[in-house]
Write a protein that binds this ligand. Structure first.
Ligand SMILES: Cc1ncc(COP(=O)(O)O)c(C=O)c1O
Length: 435
């Protein structure tokens, strides 16, 4: 435990004390922190977009380049980490992070591709049950993918795409409103496709309850965990989730555009009759190289693989998963994360409370690392503040129309980062007032 509940304090000394007492503080040294033009470490609060590079990532990638240089094609079979089963070396630690069994998880493709592959198998609309439930203002790629699947099956998104919305004047979607939709329309919903953590607001959805209720109504339940994996504890197997997809470049720190991952519950993974788009890498391993024409899927999530994977990208994921393992379990990370984000929220509210609206849930259990803030008042716009912060060494991001997203990541951010961020914000606020 870092502190009892709070009380937090405003001064930098408090932030420093928190860092000294933080059992995970040393993990920051395992990451390359970008620097400003003056050579100072940036205040990097953008792990919700692209996580930072673990120092060992370069070694792991270079090791594979080196293997390729020395062995050519024999790299598939020789050495400690041959390429043929390379993706398997990622499975256990990845499964641990999302609460899946090893046979339920595979690293492959990219997120949107995996979403489509999952919908090919799990969105099987009929006249009576053809709707997909997503959240209003879902991440655009999810919206496009879902809509295109509906149209691909000959249905009309105007009838088949169901949007769960916040109430008038609210920013967050109430769990009870999702439950109401399921009560009302559950029998016509084929697929519930929601995020674990919403990308814009940072809201955590009640995945266990949504899955339970969705199943009660006969729906398939899938989650996009782009903002959840490596951020909040997940228990996909126990929650009985049908499938999930996530990328590895955000909280999983595996590099831009790195290979994504996918969870298929064991209930489905062994059902080789499920329709799917197939490729040779999903074919039974013992007979794959007989090169026969009849597809015989591997049992489990691996049976959805299409191609032999990009090893250099998998090497970077392996590096990141090793850092997670060294840091301990998700429970420890979550504990620090709740303190870090709680402290940042408290400091922002204390110092700049009247100038901002925090749209992320105030309840720590209903959010991950991220806080989404809107600048209120007429003195300056959120965009102007965001650009000023960028220029002074803060990396956060801007989401149209008016949100700044900041996410202290427990693996590499410090309490002092949060303090410095608020100080720079205050400086700007004061400068504008004095102009
Ligand atoms: C919630 C969510 N879904 C989907 C995507 C798209 O991911 P990809 O480009 O890897 O398919 C992103 C990317 O940031 C995302 O945040």
């Amino acid at each position: 435990m870092l502190t009892e509940a709070h009380p937090y304090e405003k001064g930098v000394d408090f932030a420093k004390r928190m860092d000294e007492r933080d059992p995970l503080a040393g993990v920051r040294k395992k990451f390359n922190i970008p620097t400003t033009a003056e050579g100072e470490p940036e205040i990097y609060l953008c792990g919700h977009s692209l996580g930072l590079q673990p120092k060992i990532a370069a070694d792991y990638v270079v090791a594979e380049l080196d293997k390729w240089r020395r062995l050519g094609v024999k790299g598939h079979f020789e050495g400690d980490l041959p390429w043929l089963p390379y993706h398997e070396f990622l499975t256990e630690p990845m499964a641990e992070l999302v609460g899946g069994e090893p046979g339920e998880v595979v690293a492959m493709n990219s997120l949107t591709v995996n979403l489509h592959l999952m919908m090919v198998s799990f969105y099987r609309p009929t006249r009576e049950r053809h709707k997909i439930l997503i959240e209003d203002h879902a991440f655009p790629s999810d919206h496009y993918a879902v809509e295109s699947q509906i149209m691909f099956h000959g249905y009309d998104p105007a009838e088949s795409l169901l949007l769960s919305k916040p109430r008038d004047g609210e920013m967050l979607i109430r769990n009870e409103d999702i439950c109401d939709i399921l009560e009302r329309d559950g029998e016509s919903i084929a697929l519930i496709m929601l995020p674990g953590v919403q990308y814009y607001t940072g809201q955590v959805f009640d995945m266990a309850e949504i899955t339970r209720l969705g199943h009660e109504k006969g729906c398939i339940v899938g989650f996009d965990l782009a903002h959840a994996a490596g951020n909040i504890p997940l228990s996909l197997h126990d929650w009985n989730v049908d499938f999930a997809v996530w990328c590895t470049y955000k909280y999983l720190n595996s590099g831009p555009g790195s290979v994504a991952a996918c969870f298929v519950h064991a209930r489905h993974g062994n059902n080789t009759d499920l329709p799917r788009f197939s490729g040779w890498w999903g074919h039974d391993k013992s007979s794959r190289f007989e090169m026969g024409p009849r597809f015989n899927p591997i049992h489990g999530a691996e049976g959805w693989q299409l191609s032999n994977p990009p090893i250099l990208s998998l090497a970077a994921i392996r590096a990141s998963l090793d850092v997670f393992r060294e840091a301990g379990c998700m429970r420890l990370l979550r504990e620090k994360s709740q303190h870090l984000t709680g402290y940042l929220e408290w400091l922002l509210t204390e110092e700049l409370g009247g100038k901002i609206e925090l749209i992320t849930p105030r309840d720590p259990d209903q959010r991950g690392c991220q806080l989404s803030l809107i600048v209120t008042g007429d003195a300056y716009s959120g965009k102007a503040l965001f650009e000023h912060l960028e220029a002074t060494g803060v990396t956060s991001d801007w989401r149209e129309p008016n949100v700044i997203r900041v996410a202290p990541a427990p693996l590499y951010n410090s309490f002092e980062d949060c303090h410095r961020f608020v100080e720079l914000f205050k400086d700007y606020d004061r400068d504008i007032a004095e102009r």
